[in-house]
Write a protein that binds this ligand. Structure first.
Ligand code: ZN
Length: 416
């Protein structure tokens, strides 16, 4: 049985780039070794196509419209919302969070529940965008934390950002620089370094590892390079690998849709919290029955229990100024994804519906041909958006801070 849990999220990581998901690309040996005796979810999805809202959902078990984190910064996780880290603490873990970038600093509310949270105030001058730190710095901080933790059980979250700027190398096509940075920066440096730290502290053999991405990355499948522009699967689908050595785990590959919001309920069940002690309002469900072999029927119907909500606001993300971070005008795109279908609704009235089994790349919009489905999806969307969290608080920026933040966001490729 595992002793510690390390929740690892990797920015921009597409599942089809991993050897464990794509047998023709065996270039990620450290990640593949974690998958080798773990559970691999082939249809895992995120709830936002950019970093902060996606990680807000991962760390709370709630959709972005229920956490209040809906843009990159300035929208804060409601202080009333219980976090995964708080429950880890109650389960007896010493908890630590290692964000790589200032956009995830404790002002977001994501630090709540972590005994130790390492805010980022200065980035290394890599020439690749300001104020984020490479994975080796995160691993050094983890090394120091584990030395301090002694023999206590730990729950740690690390988010590696080192793949984010693969496109800055203009000497090779982006498919080449993406694969190279994944192989060298993420798999060799970040994951290899992490494994080395765990081995040094004699924690590797009983480390429970959960590996995912905050979102995927569009490599021009839908007209863009990057993420944040839309809600297609190139950015919503993420890898999800559980290596927790669950007793009686039935099999290793799971092809049903699972969601980031399912991770917190799954851990609550594994940690032994009785259902009546779980927080109310979680948007996910425990995956323990699925892992143990209880069949959960695949659903095409937009059933609130199993379908996945996501939202995006590309105009406010890419064209906004500091004011749009203070007053969010609502999402510009909403989507619901079931095992078989994806429904997308835009604020200008457009609707899209895709048959994911026949058309996994989402090329043929069948919304007009299947109008009855639009209504079903609209009804479920209305339920999920009925009780949105609008208790946004404002960060009290002074003008110098505003200019610094805007220039950092611009360097990261956000904000005009
Ligand atoms: Zn991200």
């Amino acid at each position: 049985m595992f002793r510690d849990i390390f929740l690892i999220s990797i920015d921009c990581l597409r599942p089809d780039s991993l050897g464990s998901y794509n047998l023709t690309r065996r270039q990620t040996p450290n990640l593949d070794a974690i998958a080798a005796d773990g559970a691999i979810f082939t249809q895992a999805v995120s709830h936002a196509p950019f970093t902060t809202p996606a990680l807000g959902s991962l760390l709370t078990g709630r959709y972005p419209n229920h956490t209040g984190i809906r843009l990159l910064l300035g929208q804060l996780c409601d202080a009333q919302i219980p976090t995964l880290a708080e429950f880890a603490g109650r389960a007896g873990y010493l908890t630590a969070g290692f964000p790589p970038s200032f956009i995830l600093n404790s002002e977001t509310g994501l630090a709540r529940g972590f005994d130790y949270y390492r805010d980022i105030h200065e980035g290394i001058d890599t020439g690749r965008g300001g104020c984020w730190q490479t994975g080796d710095r995160l691993n050094e901080a983890l090394d120091a934390f584990l030395a301090h933790a002694g023999r206590r059980r730990v729950f740690c979250w690390l988010h590696y950002f080192d793949l984010h700027d693969y496109h800055l190398d203009k000497t090779v096509p982006i498919e080449t620089s993406y694969a190279r940075d994944l192989r060298e920066r993420i798999d060799r440096d970040c994951m290899g370094g992490l494994i080395e730290v765990l081995r040094r502290h004699d924690r590797l053999d009983r480390a429970g590892l959960i590996v995912t991405a905050d979102h995927g990355e569009d490599l021009f499948q839908h007209g863009h390079r990057g993420h944040g522009h839309h809600l297609y699967d190139s950015v919503l689908r993420v890898p999800l690998i559980w290596n927790l050595r669950i007793p009686d785990q039935a099999r290793r590959h799971f092809d049903q849709q699972v969601r980031h919001v399912d991770i917190m309920p799954t851990l609550l069940e594994i940690w032994g919290f009785a259902r009546e002690t779980w927080p109310t309002g979680l948007d996910g469900r425990s995956l323990v029955p699925l892992l143990r072999g209880d069949a959960i029927p695949e659903r095409d119907e937009p059933d609130r229990e199993t379908c996945s909500y996501a939202e995006a606001s590309p105009r406010q993300l890419f064209e906004g100024d500091i004011r749009s971070y203070r007053s969010f005008a609502g999402p510009e795109q909403l989507s619901l994804r079931t095992d078989g279908f994806k429904f997308i609704r835009y604020d200008d009235g457009r609707r899209e519906l895709y048959d994911l089994r026949a058309d996994p790349l989402e090329m043929t919009n069948i919304a007009d041909a299947r109008r009855e489905w639009n209504e079903r999806f609209n009804r479920t969307l209305a339920e999920i958006t009925a009780n949105e969290n609008d208790r946004f608080r404002q960060i009290d920026f002074n003008q110098g801070d505003e200019e610094k933040i805007m220039s950092r966001l611009r360097e990261l490729g956000y904000v005009a």
